[in-house]
Design a binder for this molecule. Structure first.
Ligand SMILES: *[C@@H]1O[C@H](CO)[C@@H](O)[C@H](O)[C@H]1NC(C)=O
Ligand SMILES: *[C@@H]1O[C@H](CO)[C@@H](O)[C@H](O)[C@H]1NC(C)=O
Ligand SMILES: *[C@@H]1O[C@H](CO)[C@@H](O)[C@H](O)[C@H]1NC(C)=O
Ligand SMILES: *[C@@H]1O[C@H](CO)[C@@H](O)[C@H](O)[C@H]1NC(C)=O
Length: 472
């Protein structure tokens, strides 16, 4: 409890006020190469102009929306923009509590009580957001206002439990309809949801652009993602999404719910005897293949603890113990670039060592992850001895500094604190509103044009940059 009180305190923003300048510089730089390529410019003048407008808007609103959370410089109340109004669809029960019932009954539980308890798991943001929107206490500090009249709404939230739906059948089998005896089909649910929405006036009105879906498990909504791609998607990463379906500009990256208890003790190195800790599945597909390689080179290193372990109560206990007693915690890519382990490490004050080249991180406009984590590209990380010698060179003093920074940001990753993560997610969603309005108005006046595929990505970022694991 005391921990929660602490995390709720408006701590110093990890970003400096210079974020305005940073954004501007980034835009200027990305303009130059485009300008110097006149052929490309002439080809797609509208698209280019639109991207510019979007970038400018994006920069403006991300920056301005920071002010309300800056304790040293709050704007006078009259200057605050009105809170975006959000309408929560009253979906048929089978899309919300019904999913919980099906999940519990597939595991031999009793069904059909309206008090069905959402099972704890790493993708439970869908529950926390649902519960938050349902709060009856006036929603004090929430960045969004819940409205009952859809006519007055700016945004529409679709509270389908898409991540839980995916795992209702005990053996997870993407693409396989209803495991034996289950009778529950996630794919059918996805289809039915979209059919239900297509019967809704407000869904059809703007092609779903002002709608918000949560798909925190990288496979959630996979069957219908092309039909909801105009909407704001709340996701963990873009591992399973194409550039035409999702982007940093349109969508919001969510943190996983941490699965181990926060470390309550003080910062320090004495009690953290291991250098590096990792526990998780050694064998993963796709980007996660690197895990086996890392196991091989780290297994015999001194002061390094790497353990193969699946999700279970016992492995959670061991992970807690390991993360609370190590200086650094390894975060290699899984099947997709992100994993809940990162957030377990953050709340454990175990400095994350991120080896996942395509990772996206939540709330990156307010959290400077270079201050709380160490990023190593895959090419270097798999060189024998590279990681451990890099980490051994980090002084006790720097470790303490990282830990202090971790302590300052961990409040962003506490779903259970009603004034913390959920509010931050709504703040991120709210920052998309000007862009949504622009796109809705623009869409209305567009005439038939000859353009190639749709493109959701209008931030240019340099994917070829080689980032050395330089420490600050
Ligand atoms: C939503 O609010 C109602 C009435 O206050 C309450 O009975 C219900 O338990 C709430 N649901 C959630 C998910 O908090
Ligand atoms: C860092 O702290 C540990 C634990 O107190 C100590 O054993 C070690 O010598 C320190 N390292 C340096 C370089 O001071
Ligand atoms: C959230 O914060 C507001 C204002 O700081 C406070 O009034 C409210 O009690 C808090 N809610 C909870 C559930 O802690
Ligand atoms: C990245 O590198 C590849 C291969 O060297 C090159 O073809 C591509 O144009 C580069 N992309 C950017 C954005 O520089």
């Amino acid at each position: 409890m005391s921990e929660r009180t602490k995390t709720r305190k408006p701590s110093k923003q990890p970003t400096s006020p210079s974020s305005t300048t940073t954004t501007t510089t980034t835009i200027d730089k990305t303009l130059i190469p485009k300008m110097s390529s006149p052929k490309k410019y002439l080809l797609k003048p509208t698209l280019f102009a639109a991207s510019l407008a979007l970038l400018a808007l994006y920069a403006f609103f991300t920056t301005t929306s920071l002010f309300p959370s800056d304790p040293t410089n709050p704007p006078p109340p009259s200057d605050r923009p009105p809170k975006p109004k959000i309408y929560v669809y009253d979906l048929p029960r089978r899309f919300t509590y019904g999913v919980i019932d099906s999940y519990l009954s597939a595991r031999g539980g009793t069904t059909a009580t309206s008090a069905a308890k959402y099972p704890g798991h790493q993708h439970s943001a869908e529950w926390w957001l649902f519960a938050d929107l349902n709060r009856s206490d006036g929603r004090g500090d929430s960045p969004v206002e819940v409205v009952r009249d859809p006519e007055s709404a700016d945004l529409f939230y679709v509270p389908f439990f898409s991540s839980l739906s995916l795992v209702v059948n005990p053996i997870r089998a993407v693409g396989v309809v209803a495991a034996a005896g289950g009778g529950y089909s996630d794919e059918a649910m996805q289809e039915e949801l979209i059919e239900w929405l297509e019967g809704q006036e407000y869904w059809r009105r703007n092609g779903g652009r002002d709608h918000v879906f949560i798909a925190q498990d990288p496979n959630a909504l996979y069957k219908v993602v092309d039909r909801v791609k105009n909407a704001v998607l709340l996701v963990s990463d873009f591992g399973r999404l194409r550039p035409g379906q999702a982007s940093l500009v349109k969508d919001v990256i969510l943190p996983y719910s941490h699965r181990i208890n926060p470390f309550k003790g003080p910062v320090g190195v004495e009690k953290r005897e291991s250098l590096l800790f990792f526990m998780g599945n050694r064998y993963r597909k796709e980007g996660g293949k690197i895990r086996d390689t890392l196991f091989q080179i780290l297994e015999d290193e001194e002061e390094v603890v790497v353990k193969h372990g699946a999700q279970s109560r016992e492995s959670r206990r061991m992970a807690t113990q390991g993360m609370h007693s190590s200086k650094f915690c390894l975060h290699p890519a899984g099947d997709t670039p992100s994993a809940c382990r990162l957030f377990d490490a953050i709340v454990s004050l175990c400095i994350p060592v991120i080896v996942s080249d395509y990772i996206e991180l939540p709330f990156e406009d307010v959290v400077d992850y270079k201050k709380v984590a160490i990023f190593v590209d895959t090419v270097n990380a798999v060189k024998p001895g590279y990681l451990t010698s890099l980490l051994r060179k980090i002084s006790n003093e720097s470790i303490l500094q990282y830990q202090q920074e971790l302590k300052a940001v961990r409040r962003y990753f506490e779903y259970e604190d009603p004034n913390s993560t959920v509010n931050e997610i709504w703040r991120q969603v709210s920052s998309k509103l000007p862009l949504i309005k622009l796109m809705i108005n623009r869409e209305k006046r567009l005439v038939q044009r000859d353009l190639p595929d749709s493109d959701c990505s209008c931030i240019c970022s340099n994917h070829n940059r080689t980032l050395s694991a330089k420490l600050q």
